[in-house]
Design a protein around this ligand. Structure first.
Ligand code: S3P
Length: 426
């Protein structure tokens, strides 16, 4: 049975919290630890379902992983040492698991199948299968584009690939393939996507060449290491959003990852007039980390959002739609067509549900227009099985008059199992 969350209008949020480990970094720590020679220790890993999908796939590929509370010990054996899995590898809802593992499996000396849940089976994979085939792998996808992926590993050859989209999943997939290929592999993207893979590779001592949006990698071996995962800024974003729209709020979020390829949300909110202080800046395992203080102070102003900031705010756009409802003027979001191929079509999902709550919001091909009215009304809304839509609607519910029922909220566990309880503490 699917659960729902009932949200009552809130006055303000107050308190100090930590958010769970960054999901993107957690996937990568697991994968790079599995590819390293020797033992790695991962601290602060996200306990979300998506990261469990990566962990379970790696176990099915013969990697020994021990869980000691919130710390993981991964016994890597080096590149090309994975075992032929006995069954299809289940990536669950996780696009990152499927796309990153494809880059590894394309170079192994066995065949494997990557599959996932009904949402993942609708997500495009041609973006990785095309370049991986150019590198020499044999891959079959349903209707040429969709999971399950049947991958026959081959000896790979480096290529120069110009990705038409700014996607860290595509880039990371090809970096992982490039790590095992003959010659150099270069990936160029239209704008810079999140660079956690590059930072982690550097942390592991792998030489990369980075010039503008081009990243080059060659074959390399590396040893296991200790990884510490900072708090997930995309999870922190839900509380930040609530604090900026609920006047009088004052919250602190500690130990948040502030990688510049992920901080577009903070910059956008500051442009809209939000008061966000960044304190105690430091660096952990090559990733910038800091504490955030957010003060909800009066009305925000609408702005136009598009272009190269989009990859840096891609997961936070449903929240910006909610915030736009409380900003003065018309918030215009463009160049965000990628949202239509996320866990669900996030443009349609957030626009249709906010309309039920009385928002003046219109869908556009690659974005939306939001007319700020400074009010929403409670309604019964649905998540479309998408974690970020479910949580964005809960935040909208906090600022809406009356009661909001968000249906089908089990999907929240995909990225943020403790979301509801942490929100209650504020
Ligand atoms: C991710 C990259 C982004 C992001 C996703 C996580 C990653 O996807 O939306 O939540 O960890 O590499 P795309 O690469 O499809 O833009």
């Amino acid at each position: 049975m699917q659960h729902s969350i009932i949200v009552n209008q809130a006055k303000s949020l107050q308190g100090v919290i930590n958010v769970p480990g960054d999901k993107s970094i957690s996937h990568r720590a697991l994968i790079f630890a599995a590819l390293a020679a020797g033992k790695s220790i991962i601290k602060g890993i996200s306990g979300c379902e998506d990261c469990f999908s990566t962990l379970n796939c790696l176990k099915n590929l013969g990697i020994k992983i021990r869980v000691r509370g919130k710390t993981l010990v991964v016994y890597g054996k080096g590149l090309a040492t994975f075992k032929n899995p006995k069954k299809p590898l289940d990536c669950g809802n996780s696009g990152t698991t499927m796309r990153l593992l494809s880059g590894i499996l394309a170079a192994q000396n066995f065949s494997s199948i990557l599959t996932g849940d009904r949402y993942l089976k609708k997500r495009p994979m041609k973006r990785i299968t095309d370049p991986l085939r150019n590198m020499g792998a044999e891959i079959n996808a349903d209707k040429g584009n969709y999971p399950p992926l049947r991958i026959k590993g081959k000896k790979l050859q480096g290529i120069h690939y110009h990705s038409p989209i700014a996607s860290a999943q595509v880039k990371s997939c090809l970096l992982l393939a490039g790590l095992q290929a003959e010659g150099t592999t270069t990936i160029t993207e239209p704008f810079r996507s999140r660079d956690h893979s590059e930072r982690m590779l550097k942390y592991l001592g792998v030489l990369l060449k980075i010039k503008g949006t081009a990243v080059s990698i060659s074959k390399a071996k590396f040893q296991g290491k200790e990884f510490s995962v900072p708090g997930d800024i995309s999870s922190a974003a839900f509380f930040i959003a609530a604090a900026v729209i609920l006047g009088g709020s004052k919250i602190k979020i500690l130990d948040v990852g502030l990688n510049p390829t992920r901080t577009g949300f903070l910059e956008t909110l500051k442009k809209m007039g939000a008061k966000i202080e960044i304190e105690n800046r430091r660096e952990i395992c090559g990733e910038p980390v800091a504490d955030l203080e957010i003060n909800g102070e009066g009305r925000l102003k609408a702005i136009k959002i598009g272009g190269k900031i989009i990859p840096r705010i891609i997961d936070e756009i449903p929240l910006l739609a909610v915030i736009g409802c409380f900003a003065q003027g018309k918030t215009i979001i463009r160049d965000a067509g990628e949202l239509r191929v996320k866990e669900t079509d996030r443009i349609h999902a957030i626009v249709s549900q906010l309309k039920k709550m009385g928002a003046l919001i219109e869908e556009r091909k690659d974005g939306m227009d939001v007319f700020g009215m400074d009010k929403l009304k409670g309604a019964s809304v649905k998540s479309f099985g998408d974690h970020r839509i479910a949580m964005a609607l809960v935040i909208a519910g906090l600022a809406a008059s009356g009661k909001t029922k968000v249906n089908n909220t089990d999907c929240i566990n995909t990225s943020f199992p403790g979301f509801k309880d942490l929100l209650k503490t504020l």
